[in-house]
Design a protein around this ligand. Structure first.
Ligand code: CTP
Ligand SMILES: C[C@](O)(CO)[C@H](O)COP(=O)(O)O
Length: 262
């Protein structure tokens, strides 16, 4: 049975179980004078087909804990984060894994994923609370995201732009046809590899997803939807540590990076 054959009546929003208490320290952060107006959507609603395995990659253990928990705890450690909405596959959203609540559960919401990544993001955005002004969208598949990278994205998004962490392409790039023959060498000076979290003023990202949903626009990232509407989106320096676990071999790469100092 596929994830999308499950009944559509599965709850869209889950309140974490009351028996689990908040992480120590949450109270002191609440008392700080940092403006807590950043909302985070962590998309973990994919099937991880490119890993070739049967277990969902975002739940697989890397460096001592489930992959998703790494970035969840990184965002929760930030005093400016108001709420983190974790988007899970429909098959898991009604009954999330218990380890998910190893964070400040007062700031945690769980939403249900969609068939495409963009649909999962749109579902998560619907649960972002009213107090949030800046929204970050992050892949659970990027467990090593450094806090200084997040800070750069937040700072730029607070200035009213979309902000995307990115690294310049350093290899020579070829366009190749279906037979394997090189068509041409592509000018790489203006090519960048983009990562997450991508950050946006709340109104910008909500409008971009609303238009995409209405018009059936598809993009592999959230900045792509904003670009199409002519919203300003800029790059900020990314990090090799923010790599995405996409294929089986990436698990070993991620483990190796975790073992290195940040
Ligand atoms: N319908 C989807 C598809 C993807 N994602 C999430 O988007 C992030 C980036 O996607 P990707 O690495 O492509 O993950 P998968 O879609 O799970 O992988 P694959 O394409 O190999 O199936 C992941 O954290 C994934 O869980 C999601 O929330 N909902
Ligand atoms: C959002 C993203 O991680 C930016 O690099 C990426 O686009 C996710 O989808 P992909 O299909 O794995 O490129």
């Amino acid at each position: 049975m596929s994830d999308f054959d499950l009944p559509p009546s599965a709850p869209r929003r889950i309140v974490p179980p009351p028996a689990i208490t908040s992480r120590p320290g949450a109270e002191s952060r609440a008392a700080s004078d940092v403006v807590r107006d950043v909302g985070v959507v962590i998309v973990a609603g994919g099937q991880g087909t490119r890993t070739g395995g049967t277990e969902l990659k975002q739940f697989r253990w890397v460096a001592g804990k489930p992959m998703l928990l790494h970035s969840l705890q990184t965002f929760m450690a930030r005093p400016d984060v108001h709420t983190v909405v974790v988007v899970l596959p429909r098959s898991h959203a009604a009954d999330p894994p218990p380890w998910l609540f190893q964070c400040d559960i007062d700031r945690l919401l769980v939403s249900t994923g969609g068939r495409e990544r963009a649909e999962s993001v749109a579902n998560g955005l619907e649960d972002i609370p009213d107090d949030v002004r800046t929204v970050l969208v992050h892949d659970a598949a990027r467990p090593l995201v450094p806090d200084d990278l997040i800070e750069r994205v937040v700072q730029e998004a607070r200035r009213g732009h979309g902000a995307v962490p990115a690294l310049p392409v350093v290899d020579t790039i070829k366009e190749v046809d279906e037979s394997g023959r090189i068509v041409r060498t592509v000018e790489r000076a203006r090519l960048w590899r983009v990562q997450t979290p991508q950050g946006f003023p709340r109104e910008m990202i909500e409008q971009a997803h609303a238009v995409a949903r209405r018009d059936g626009i598809v993009a592999t990232d959230d900045a792509g939807l904003c670009e199409r509407l002519g919203f300003p989106v800029v790059v900020v320096p990314g990090s090799e540590r923010a790599m995405k676990v996409t294929e089986e071999g990436d698990f070993a790469r991620a483990e190796a990076l975790f073992a290195l100092p940040a």
